[in-house]
Design a protein around this ligand. Structure first.
Ligand SMILES: C[S@@+](CC[C@H](N)C(=O)[O-])C[C@H]1O[C@@H](n2cnc3c(N)ncnc32)[C@H](O)[C@@H]1O
Length: 228
């Protein structure tokens, strides 16, 4: 049986044939891979397979995220962009009418992001900076519709709020991963997830979804909240 691509949400696809159902995005840079992922052409369109074990956003979609606010044309601030594995799929989804500003404070991954990913994708602006000090990059980043955070820090929710105060449009969305073990190894992950989410609720966010990422990422969840 031939492969087909079925749209999950704007710009995100499930590629299937028989029993298989693989997550993918349409490649903005045909012929070019980012992290060794497979490229598949269906009806003259090239897709890049999206490995949910390498990406918390990918894992959340594979686990049934109902609403993905990152769509074609979105402006996204991405905290903890690293070398761009997930960011490259965000770049595919938003396309050339969208833009993603990716912040990381580790020099090596930012250099890899510049040399191997952003150089070929005009919709990514890498920023070498500390997400705890958003004023430092406030001149480089405009107001955005989506704030995505994957910094794996115990004060992740506070970092999201600090950045949202400066960059997130009213009606915009925050998506952030919560790694319970980076907060407290001894406690029940579900308790930690709801505590982190409360930090956003206190700032005026309404939580839409909280998806646990097992088995792709153990003890991780991804929260989606809107700024009402
Ligand atoms: C789990 S990795 C991110 C993986 C990436 N989001 C992906 O899916 O491809 C976490 C990243 O957050 C970065 N990070 C942690 N704390 C940070 C901070 N305060 N400011 C900026 N980056 C930070 C680390 O350097 C690391 O690259």
């Amino acid at each position: 049986m031939g492969l087909t691509a079925k749209e999950h949400s704007p710009g995100v696809y499930f590629i299937g044939g028989g029993e298989q159902r693989l997550l993918a995005t349409r490649n903005l840079t045909p012929g070019r891979k980012v992290y060794g992922e497979e490229l598949i052409v269906i009806e003259n369109i090239e897709y890049r397979l999206w490995n949910p074990s390498r990406s918390k956003l990918g894992a959340a979609i594979a686990k049934g995220l109902k609403h993905n606010p990152i769509v074609p044309g979105s402006k996204v601030l991405y905290l903890g962009v690293a070398s761009g594995t997930t960011c490259s799929h965000v770049s595919d989804i938003i396309g050339n009418l969208g833009h993603v500003w990716g912040v990381d404070f580790a020099p090596r991954p930012i250099r890899d992001l510049i040399d191997h990913v952003a150089r070929y994708r005009m919709n990514i602006s890498p920023i070498f900076g500390d997400a705890r000090q958003p004023r430092e990059y406030s001149l480089q980043v405009p107001m955005v519709e989506v704030l995505f955070a994957d910094v794996a820090q115990p004060d992740q929710a506070e970092i999201v709020v600090k950045n949202a105060n400066i960059f997130l449009k009213k009606g915009g969305y925050a998506m952030f991963s919560i790694k319970s073990r980076s907060i407290d190894v001894g406690r029940d992950p579900v308790e930690i997830f709801s505590e982190q989410v409360k930090v956003l609720v206190a700032r005026g966010f309404s939580v839409e979804e909280l998806i646990e990422l097992d088995p792709f990422e153990k003890d991780h969840a991804l929260a989606l909240a809107s700024l009402v």
